[in-house]
Design a protein around this ligand. Structure first.
Ligand SMILES: Cc1cc2nc3c(=O)[nH]c(=O)nc-3n(C[C@H](O)[C@H](O)[C@H](O)COP(=O)(O)O)c2cc1C
Ligand SMILES: Nc1ncnc2c1ncn2[C@@H]1O[C@H](COP(=O)(O)OP(=O)(O)O)[C@@H](O)[C@H]1O
Length: 317
């Protein structure tokens, strides 16, 4: 997988005669938050067509996601930070990820402007896979019909995305968020095709954890997380080792009460891991986050959380 950031870089690359993108590509466009089973199916559609045509596959995404741009703090929580998304897409076998900055200038593209400047001049798209409800450009004026009309003239084809159902309902990022908010981790896993996980870099905290007999790795959360509370977790370290532990994800009302963070105590572990990237899988919910009157009360509760987590692990892992 190669990551292309911005239209200028895309054009510089695709206009080089020796570039794999020089003869065009098969592309899809979206947020792909969670890279769930529906997304995985769309990517398979793109890859199948790309191998049939002998062209590279491209997934176009935006940062921030358009709803984050328009709604700010009111936007739905995000399932994964950009880097985790890019790595998940790479695992699905995407050749290129094109990441475009969604800003005050970008939002002014007309429907036709988006097609001409990005899809035709930038990507030289030969086949496009998008939902028939896909809207784009200023005031959401561009739609599936317009894409098809222009495609017939210019010589690219457009295909509707397949719909993946879970029971009667479509698999969607919104449904994954709803499951996580309700602590329905198994339902979320069914929609995602894997356990819900957050990946991030270990940053320095306030060295309070050691005083609480619970040193914690603190992961940077660039977005508001879709779940809150105390969980049993499985952690994959950079070298692939897996460790288990108990984690708190939230604002830590007892000691802080502002920005959300993810704090993980690993059982039977005594290493320094600052700066490493870890994957934290949420295995089982233990309780909601609580504002305690004192650090002693928090410390006592964390001790009970560890017992509950170890008991669950002994039965389930
Ligand atoms: C299993 C576990 C449960 C926790 N539960 C709570 C909680 O209910 N309320 C709270 O304010 N903080 C909770 N915390 C977070 C602690 O306040 C935090 O880990 C501690 O302040 C260490 O911060 P530091 O890493 O910045 O030193 C919990 C942490 C762990 C590991
Ligand atoms: N069992 C453990 N679980 C989590 N972190 C541990 C553990 N043992 C040692 N550490 C190390 O201790 C650091 C956390 O200690 P802590 O006092 O909570 O400080 P900080 O405020 O930096 O999080 C972690 O980043 C990690 O490098």
């Amino acid at each position: 997988m190669r990551l292309i950031r911005g239209l200028t870089n895309l054009k510089a690359l695709s206009q080089r005669p020796d570039s794999p993108l020089a003869s065009g590509c098969v592309a899809t466009i979206g947020n792909f938050d969670g890279v769930h089973r529906g997304h995985q199916t769309i990517i398979r559609q793109v890859r199948d067509k790309a191998s049939e045509l002998g062209l590279p596959s491209v997934v176009m995404v935006f940062e921030p996601q358009p709803r984050e741009y328009f709604q700010g703090a009111e936007a739905p929580p995000r399932l994964m930070p950009f880097r985790q998304k890019a790595e998940a897409l790479a695992r699905e076998g995407v050749d290129y990820i094109l990441c475009l900055r969604f800003d005050g200038q970008f939002r002014q593209y007309s429907g036709m402007g988006f097609i001409e400047d990005i899809l035709i001049d930038g990507l030289g798209v030969r086949h496009l896979v998008v939902g028939d409800d896909f809207r784009f450009g200023c005031d959401r004026a561009g739609d599936f019909r317009l894409l098809k009309q222009v495609g017939e003239k210019v010589g690219y084809s457009v295909e509707n995305t397949e719909t993946v159902l879970d029971g009667e309902e479509r698999v969607s990022s919104t449904r994954v968020r709803a499951c996580l908010a309700e602590n329905q981790l198994e339902q979320a896993e069914r929609l995602l095709g894997h356990r819900y996980a957050i990946e991030g870099r270990v940053v320095y905290g306030r060295q309070l954890g050691r005083q609480l007999d619970a040193p914690t790795v603190n992961l940077l959360l660039p977005h508001r997380p879709p779940l809150r509370g105390v969980y049993v977790v499985g952690v994959t370290l950079v070298d692939g080792r897996v460790r288990y532990g108990a984690a708190n994800i939230g604002v830590r009302p007892t000691v802080d009460g502002k920005r959300p963070s993810l704090e993980v105590h690993l059982f039977d572990f005594d290493e320094t891991v600052y700066g490493q990237r870890l994957k934290v899988e949420f295995l089982h919910p233990l309780r909601d986050e609580v504002a305690f009157d004192s650090l002693d009360a928090l410390k006592a509760q964390i001790g009970r959380d560890f017992e509950a987590a170890r008991a669950w692990l002994a039965d389930s892992v």
